[in-house]
Design a protein around this ligand. Structure first.
Ligand SMILES: Nc1ncnc2c1ncn2[C@@H]1O[C@H](COP(=O)(O)OP(=O)(O)O)[C@@H](O)[C@H]1O
Ligand SMILES: [Mg+2]
Length: 60
């Protein structure tokens, strides 16, 4: 539950590890997130912080 109502997006401990020829890359290491229905959300951070992976490449 958020100030805007039920969560439209919710993650608990979101993570993603890329397997590469040079070893594992832990791109996302435990993201807990709640975004309410009708709420705007922005994800900020420097290059390599894991923004694109968080939005586009994590899966169950
Ligand atoms: N396909 C991939 N294979 C291996 N490592 C990757 C791949 N995509 C991203 N990474 C690594 O994962 C980390 C997060 O990258 P990314 O999600 O693109 O961050 P951002 O979008 O915040 O710049 C970086 O260390 C990046 O080098
Ligand atoms: Mg990116």
């Amino acid at each position: 539950m958020t100030p805007y109502g039920e969560s439209a997006i919710r993650t608990e401990g979101l993570r993603k590890t890329y397997k590469t020829s040079r070893g594992d890359v832990q791109a996302v290491r435990g993201v807990d997130l709640r975004v309410g229905s009708g709420e705007f959300f922005g994800l900020l951070g420097p290059n390599g912080a894991g923004k694109s992976t968080t939005i586009g490449r994590c899966s169950r």
